[in-house]
Each structure stands twice: as structure tokens, then as C-alpha cells.
Write a protein that binds this ligand. Structure first.
Ligand SMILES: [Zn+2]
Length: 263
């Protein structure tokens, strides 16, 4: 109680300061999503960026020197997911680790008979329960500059963080009403199985086939599509789209069209 009172007071004084002009330039030049939002949503996003830059620990990995461009772009994209939520700024995420590119993870896998196998895999990002979000900047910069392809690493990893708020990594985040929970179970189940069938048959799908891995990945992949190719998602998956509008309390298909800029 005292903690949240202090935190809210700190946030109010932070938001009373003018928004740094350099950061505004970054939003306009790097973050394609910023330009398509309404003025009211742009103001909410700027507030979220300030709060996330001030409250999270940001660390560059493998020699990456973090710049304001990186921090502002990442926070802005994460903020897109929470524009409809009241007073929530991913308080469950304390640390954001940024790699320059894909990074290699060593994992040990237990084999039968007690042996372990060390495996290496290339990764773009990860989200840990009550732990850091790990991201690679090269991918994010491209996602930020060229929206509209239904892919966005920041949306993906921060969707996992929303999913895990209730302690379970299962594609079902906290849902405010019983009605939404009932729809969620039915529609997510149907669409997840439909994506799995399409993947088995090798059919092209709007949703990334990686979403067929498990329900948590399905939620993250569908979130990427919802915010990055909203009109296509509304056309191809109308029920899923409408349900996500109710969960995120946003209607991204009503945004202006993205204009894609290239480097
Ligand atoms: Zn994932």
C-alpha cells in the first residue's frame, strides 16, 4: 500500500516533466506504430515510455552500448500492448536485457541413464516468469521501422509477460469477466487446433506457424498479428480478433494504415 502510494507519487512527478524532445524524434522516426495512433493514445504511450525507462533496469549484453533510441523504441512497442489497460506498466518485469543480434543459448538436456546433452540454440528473445525480458536489437529495429507484417519480437515477449501474470505460462492471461474466460477457452482452443492442422498440412497461414508449438506461443504469436497486421487478422480470424479487442481493450484495425519507411 505504502509502496504503491510512493510509486504513484513518483510517477506523477515524473509525468509532470516535459517529454524529452529527442525521445519524441525517436518515436516519430523509428516507431512506425507511434505514427498511426490517435493523439490520446500517443499521450498514453509517451507516459508509459517515461515510466518504463525510469523504473526498469536496462542492460546491454555482449558489449552492446544501450542508447536512448533502443530504450525508447523497446518501451514504446511494449507500451502498445498496454494502452487499453489501466495503470499497468509491466510491473512484473524489472529487467530488460538487450543483445545486438541473435544470441546463442546453451541448454542442458537430460538423457536417459543420467547423461546430459549440451545444446546450443540461436534465439531472438525470451521472457522469464518474474524475470528479465531478453531481446535482440537488430530484429526490433527492423520490426519498429517496418510494421505491417504481423511480426514483432517486443509484442511477442511482452505478451508472454501478460500471460504469466497469473503464474501460468499457458496462453490464458488474467481475464476480467467470466464471459470473456468462456469465450477465451473456446476460441483459443479452436484456433490453436486449426493452426496446428494447417501446420501439419504445410498450408500458408496468416499467423506464424510457430504459434502451433503450444497455447502460450499461440497467444504470443496472435498478439503479434493483432497489433502488427490488425486488418488482416480481423478479416481472417474475426472471432479471435474481436476477443483480443475485448482483452486488450483496443481496436488496432481502426488505426491509420502503417506507412513503411526503409533505412
Ligand atoms: Zn515465445
Amino acid at each position: 500500500m505504502l509502496f504503491s502510494w510512493l510509486r504513484n507519487r513518483r510517477r506523477r512527478s515524473l509525468l509532470a516533466e516535459p517529454f524529452p524532445p529527442d525521445w519524441l524524434t525517436i518515436l516519430h522516426e523509428i516507431v512506425g506504430h507511434y505514427r498511426v495512433l490517435s493523439e490520446a493514445d500517443q499521450a498514453k504511450l509517451r507516459a508509459a515510455v517515461r515510466i518504463m525507462l525510469a523504473e526498469k533496469q536496462w542492460e546491454g549484453c555482449r558489449g552492446l552500448e544501450l542508447t536512448d533510441e533502443m530504450r525508447v523504441a523497446i518501451a514504446a512497442l511494449a507500451a502498445v500492448l498496454i494502452l487499453g489497460l489501466e495503470d499497468f506498466y509491466f510491473d512484473n518485469v524489472q529487467t530488460i536485457l538487450v543483445y545486438p543480434n541473435e544470441y546463442v543459448v546453451k541448454q542442458e538436456r537430460a538423457l536417459e541413464g543420467g547423461a546430459t546433452l549440451e545444446e546450443e540454440s540461436d534465439r531472438l528473445g525470451e521472457a522469464h516468469y518474474r524475470g528479465p525480458v531478453i531481446l535482440s536489437w537488430a530484429e526490433i529495429r527492423q520490426n519498429a521501422l517496418e510494421p505491417g507484417y504481423g511480426k514483432n519480437l517486443v509484442f511477442h515477449e511482452f505478451a508472454h509477460q501478460l500471460d504469466m501474470l497469473n503464474g501460468a505460462f499457458d496462453g490464458t492471461p488474467n481475464l476480467p469477466t467470466g464471459d470473456l474466460a468462456t469465450r477465451w477457452g473456446r476460441i483459443m482452443g479452436d484456433e490453436y487446433r486449426r493452426l496446428q492442422r494447417a501446420e501439419r498440412r504445410g498450408q500458408e497461414t496468416l499467423l506464424d506457424p510457430y504459434g502451433a508449438t503450444d497455447p502460450a506461443e499461440f497467444f504470443a504469436v496472435a498478439t503479434e498479428c493483432f497489433f502488427d497486421a490488425p486488418r488482416a487478422m480481423q478479416r481472417v480470424y474475426p472471432d479471435l480478433y474481436a476477443m483480443f479487442c475485448d482483452y486488450y481493450r483496443q481496436d488496432p484495425a481502426a488505426w491509420q494504415e502503417f506507412e513503411t519507411r526503409r533505412d
